[in-house]
Design a protein around this ligand. Structure first.
Ligand code: AMP
Length: 306
């Protein structure tokens, strides 16, 4: 199945306990697409400014990524500045510069409109809705969002969610969106807003799926040295949707495998800054970690011991 993502392509300045990077390649669509490209071809829709290094676009094009939907327009590229302190699950946003995102009116190339799977990565919910309307035949539309948009554009976001099948969201933001402290109740409230299914990302504690036909939870793959958690959520979503596209199915069993593929990609992504770990990652390493994940979570039924 074909896969399209809309989201940000960014220049990120990030500080973590392990170090810092200035103006590195980032953005929700970027992490998503690079992770997805390990499983399937993916088409990106985004906007960058005149200052965006050509080299970064070339790096993306060398993968199975269609960058023809990345517009370059006059102005400065979207920038995000963030910091992680002792708790690596929590990103502290220091600065968000929307820049060229402010005038962005996404028009999808024809081939993008045929997508089977659509991912509305973190970006203005008004833009997410505009893109959603241009892919009316999508078999599955999934979306992500974050505190910046829940705070700033709540009504638009709630409208966007009416046309989304699966929301992938982190736990703090699920509680914030639903205005509920219990995660289970928050997932129910979000499902009442439109999405049939919700995946809650819980950082180093793993992920949980709440769907009509399944409830599933998986731990995060234990990583000893997390250098930079930026993009963990987007690379999870990329691995998950990339696997669904490759499998050509979205039934419950495939969804569970896809969530593990997402967790594998997120676990690699946090092992280095920006996209550095994903650039040097191999298919073999992905498959090996998937098998390690199976070992990590396999256990016998009680009856096996009489
Ligand atoms: P995450 O997977 O949640 O760690 O996402 C990290 C990426 O999201 C970074 O590379 C940022 O450039 C991007 N980002 C940060 N703030 C926003 C925002 N308000 N809208 C869209 N993307 C953002």
């Amino acid at each position: 199945m074909s896969l399209v993502v809309i989201g940000t392509v960014a220049l990120d300045s990030v500080k973590t306990p392990a170090g810092a990077r200035e103006e590195a390649l980032g953005g929700s669509a970027t992490y998503f697409a690079v992770a997805a490209s390990f499983f399937t071809p993916v088409r990106m829709l985004a906007v960058v400014g005149e200052d965006f290094p050509e080299q970064y676009l070339e790096d993306l094009s060398r993968r199975d990524i269609d960058t023809s939907g990345i517009l370059r327009v006059p102005g400065r590229t979207f920038r995000w500045k963030g910091e992680y302190r002792q708790d690596l699950n929590e990103a502290h946003t220091l600065e968000t510069q929307l820049n060229v995102l402010e005038g962005f009116d996404p028009v999808l190339p024809d081939v993008y409109r045929q997508a089977d799977l659509l991912f509305l990565a973190n970006i203005d919910p008004v833009l997410q809705a505009k893109v959603r309307r241009q892919v009316p035949g999508a078999k599955l539309t999934a979306a992500d969002t974050m505190n910046f948009w829940i705070d700033g554009k709540r009504d638009d976001l709630v409208r966007t969610l009416k046309d989304v099948d699966l929301l992938v969201i982190n736990d703090a933001e699920a509680r914030m969106l639903a205005r509920e402290s219990s995660l289970l109740r928050a997932a129910r409230v979000i499902r009442e807003m439109g999405p049939e299914s919700v995946i809650v990302k819980r950082g180093e504690y793993g992920v949980a799926l709440f769907a009509a036909n399944d409830t599933f939870a998986a731990p995060a793959f234990p990583v000893e040295s997390v250098l930079d958690p930026t993009g963990a959520g987007d690379s999870f979503a990329g691995g998950m949707m990339g696997y669904l596209a490759k499998a050509g199915d979205t039934d419950a069993a495939t969804m569970r495998q896809a969530m593990i593929c997402g967790s594998v990609m997120a676990s690699f992504n946090v092992e280095d800054f920006s996209m550095d770990r994903l650039w040097r990652l191999t298919r073999e390493e992905v498959e090996q970690r998937f098998r390690q994940f199976q070992d990590l979570t396999r256990f016998e039924p009680l009856s096996a011991r009489g």
